[in-house]
Design a protein around this ligand. Structure first.
Ligand SMILES: C[S@@+](CC[C@H](N)C(=O)[O-])C[C@H]1O[C@@H](n2cnc3c(N)ncnc32)[C@H](O)[C@@H]1O
Length: 255
């Protein structure tokens, strides 16, 4: 997600970045360069139904919280590179990153999709169905933490997932990590979205450019990044894609 507002649509149906600082869904310091990436490498290859869902999501009042087009292209590549089959997504919204994941998975791939809100998922579901990948998705409505606790209680679920994408409440990222680390297999990957928090992590806490939403969650993201940096169970890689994505590759079973 991003705190950034989308601009108008261009001819390819892509969001045209607005000019100015934080004018696009990326930490790149040039709107034109970001637009160049979208128009050269992302939109021409964007699957038809993913584009349709992106355009539908852009009309939602909370549209800017969805993942960015270049970010979901990256997820698509990552999922294929690691040959993921069993996956999970925490934080679905209208299903934009979910559809990208479903399209990247093999026909018998699976995604356990968790969100407290089913209404937004239902908005995107007809497009996911048209794309022919709804059979891969097991959507569960409700808060993710108790659901994860339930999964962990059954040892059969431990180490079963190839890929997990976490894009929900930032104040719970450490709590999510403590649970999903049990569910991802050794060698599997967890991706955390928004780990650079619109660049606010390096601003003074009282910076006037920060709105309350950014300010209120900034400490959680800072704490989470510090926590991951010393977690010996994973190797990590911080990517400045979109609002920051941290990849964690699980390397051992316990601390
Ligand atoms: C940033 S959006 C997800 C965007 C989505 N990954 C995409 O690319 O379109 C965050 C989602 O997390 C969900 N959420 C917030 N708190 C949650 C919780 N405690 N458990 C499960 N989902 C939660 C919200 O309802 C929202 O749909």
């Amino acid at each position: 997600m991003s705190s950034i507002q989308k601009g108008q649509e261009n001819q390819q149906g892509g969001a045209v970045a607005e000019q100015g600082e934080f004018g696009h869904k990326s930490l790149l310091r040039s709107d034109d360069l970001y637009q160049y990436i979208l128009e050269t490498s992302v939109y021409p290859r964007e699957p038809k139904y993913l584009k349709e869902l992106r355009e539908l999501t852009a009309k939602h009042p909370l549209g800017p919280i969805s993942a960015a087009p270049d970010e979901v292209q990256f997820l698509d590549m990552l999922i294929k590179l690691i040959n993921a089959k069993n996956t999970m997504e925490i934080g679905v919204f209208t299903g934009y990153s979910l559809l990208a994941t479903a399209l990247a998975l093999p026909h018998d791939g699976k995604i356990l999709a968790l969100d407290i809100n089913r209404e937004n998922y239902d908005m995107g579901l007809p497009i996911i169905q048209k794309a022919g990948v709804a059979h891969k998705i097991d959507f569960r409505e409700g808060p993710a933490l108790p659901f994860l606790d339930q999964l962990i209680q059954d040892e059969k679920n431990h180490g079963t997932l190839d890929f997990i994408f976490v894009d929900a409440d930032k104040n719970n990222y450490i709590n999510y990590h403590k649970r999903v680390i049990e569910l991802v297999k050794i060698g599997g990957v967890i991706g955390y979205d928004n780990t650079l928090w619109s660049g606010s992590l390096v601003l003074p806490p009282d910076a006037p450019t920060m709105d309350d939403y950014l300010r209120n969650n900034r400490e959680f993201v800072l704490e989470f990044n510090k926590f991951l940096a010393v977690d010996p169970r994973v190797e990590i890689c911080q990517l400045p894609v979109s609002d920051g994505v941290t990849l964690c590759r699980r390397i051992c079973s316990s601390i």
